[in-house]
Design a protein around this ligand. Sequence first.
Ligand code: MRU
Length: 363
Amino acid sequence: MKINGKHYRSIEVLENGWSVRIFDQRKLPWELAFVELTHRDQAARAIREMWTRGAPLLAATGVYGLCLALREDASDGNLKKSYDLLLATRPTAVNLRWALDEMIAAVKPLQGDERVKAAYRRAQEICDEDVEINRRIGLNGLPLLREHAKKNQGRPVNILTHCNAGWLATVDYGTVTSPIYMAHDEGIRVHVWVDETRPRNQGASLTAFELAQHGVPHTVIADNAGGHLMQRGEVDLCIVGTDRVVRNGDVCNKIGTYLKALAAYDNNVPFYVALPYPTIDYTLESGEKIPIEERSAEEVTHIEGQNQDGKIEKIKITQSPAANPAFDITPARYVAGYITERGLFKRIPESTGQPLKAASGMV
Ligand code: MRU
């Protein structure tokens, strides 16, 4: 990812070799603010309060949270306590559980300094693997966009997306955005309809920021506008990210995704889900068992933005009680395909426990 022409990863270990730099995403797009994480509890807070977010990046922040914990106390007791604490920060994205389990497997047999070193090593591998996975998701999604471009004969390919499944949600590239950036870079005309994604507006504030940085034409729309645009033939395909996909292919993603899938189905607009293998939860058969995070009602009753003096301000928009379920389930029957690092699949493939076994075409 590039911001103002400079390359970053969404999470990086600093030159001291142990503390970790993230963006404070709550401040985007108004301010590019960096935070240095130095303690486990600070990492846990950054996840809970969404300074950092997006399923793969939650996992990456969680594993460094565990590194920071072990650096202070590498005992078995602290390993267990820190695992539980970090796992409880956000319940829906299964990537966090996957990554913390990977860490346990890597450090459990070791003690003391060796344990700390192994933790940092595994955390770095998990981040590097995320980058490579997303690059491959891009390569596997690109043919879809090429096909649409061919069909459109010069008219831009209109893609609708929800929330943020871009590089700000991963270590680099993003899942949904990876094929979009690749298509744009090879000269395919793409245009992205960006759902604002109330209540936290990850679309309007994060996806739009990313696309602008990459020079990809895009338009922010109210969450309610997608169905109307589909009826008018102004959406060629939808691509969304996900926090957890289960064995039957049901997809859990940011609240509002389901309504987009319904509208897409009714209008024959193909609805794709981009995901890396750590997002697949093979322990669950279908979507209704996925824990849905309930966030604070204040995210609904209030809205934040820049005032006329350029200051960030939060204002109240209702006097009534509010509810805030943060995710919903899109049944597999509405999904045209799953864009993964292994290829484009019609159904969720059997578990191999391993990424990057490339398949080609729609499997
Ligand atoms: O609550 P958030 O902002 O963490 O939700 C993020 C999403 O819903 C993304 O679509 C999902 O995590 C996939 S990110 C590649």
